[in-house]
Write a protein that binds this ligand. Structure first.
Ligand code: GLV
Length: 331
């Protein structure tokens, strides 16, 4: 292909140099080497003349942006979640959306389990105590936490990652697993995972540990708020590796402070990278900066899959992991 005919793309955030080099073999590439998220107006400006874009969760793709970028044909998210996309607006504008499922499932499930264990076993709180020089004698009840093995794990959202967590819990830790999801799994999958379907009310009431793994949408906004927290066991832990906004972080901070639940582990926050100030002052919460899929191998696989989506789309009109194929206006 003549160099001047190559489609132009924007890589909206810093991406591994090897992946950028691979994209340069196919496209005219503009990068964001400073890695500061573009404002919506900057994004529109950078997208002039671009047919494709690679995004992370920090770029909002909506009707207003699309109206200013008529040449855009595909946006490839480096994430499995795509709540930064207004998919209906993208479909109406004839713009394909893609995400990065599967390649991060096991890594993210590992992290969910790590956060559960750190939270239940009070690892962050006890490490702060040690670093602060407060450990001058051992005590029998020092940082006594909640049991993980054998306790009941509740999973809200039972997609690929929820199922990978259920396998770890049931097979590795002998935990009874209960779950709630928009749609129930088929009986064979439930049997393989040793997971029992329950109502959301039962899930809240029975879980010793509640893991959130559902996508963010208008329906799941504040799926866990003051009312839901009040239904949980006072000894329960809550883990959110899904998306900020699924939990009402202010209500959670109050519940943690008043010990209405025992502890929480949060990897995602409403309005991140901002964190609700009350969460920063309660001791019984473990806070991590949205790193559940962050191993080098997996983050590289995610970036590679997003690149492959762009390359396949421009080479043969089909992406590998599309979100709205078949829904595109004029398609
Ligand atoms: C990360 O949060 C993702 O959706 O991949």
């Amino acid at each position: 292909m003549n160099i001047s005919q190559r489609p132009a793309i924007l890589i909206a955030r810093a991406v591994f140099p090897e992946v950028v080099e691979r994209l340069r073999e196919h496209f005219e590439v503009e990068t964001n080497d400073l890695d500061a998220p573009f404002t919506p107006a900057e994004l529109v400006e950078r997208l002039q003349g671009k047919a494709g874009m690679m995004t992370t969760g920090s770029e909002r793709i909506d009707a207003a942006l699309l109206a200013g970028c008529p040449q855009l044909r595909i946006v490839a998210n480096i994430a499995v979640g795509y709540n930064n996309f207004d998919v209906a607006a993208m479909s109406a504008a004839g713009v394909l959306a893609t995400n990065t499922p599967d390649v991060l499932t096991e890594t993210t499930a590992d992290f969910g389990f790590a956060l559960l264990m750190a939270t239940a076993r009070r690892m962050a709180e006890s490490e702060r105590f040690l670093r602060d020089g407060l450990w001058n004698r051992w005590a029998l009840d020092m940082f006594a936490g909640a049991e993980v093995h054998g306790s009941t794990l509740g999973i809200l959202g039972m997609g690929r990652i929820g199922q990978a967590i259920a396998r770890r819990a049931a097979l590795g830790f002998g935990m009874p697993v209960i779950y709630h999801n928009r749609s129930r799994l088929d009986p064979q999958t439930e049997a393989d995972l040793r997971a029992r379907y329950v109502s959301k009310a039962e899930l809240l009431a029975q879980a010793d540990h509640l893991m959130l793994v559902l996508p963010y949408s208008a329906e799941s906004h504040h799926a866990i708020g003051a009312a839901e927290l009040a239904c949980m066991k006072p000894s329960a832990t809550l883990i959110n590796i899904a998306r900020g906004g699924i939990v009402d972080d202010g209500a959670l901070a109050s519940a943690l402070r008043e010990r209405r639940i025992a502890a929480a582990g949060l990897d995602v926050f409403e309005g991140e990278p901002g964190v609700h100030p009350d969460l920063l002052t309660v001791p019984n919460v473990v806070l991590t900066p949205h790193i559940a899929s962050a191993t080098l191998k997996t983050r590289r696989a995610m970036a590679d899959l997003a690149a492959d989506n762009l390359i396949a789309f421009f080479a043969r009109g089909e992406a590998l992991t599309p979100v709205n194929a078949g829904q595109l206006a004029g398609g």
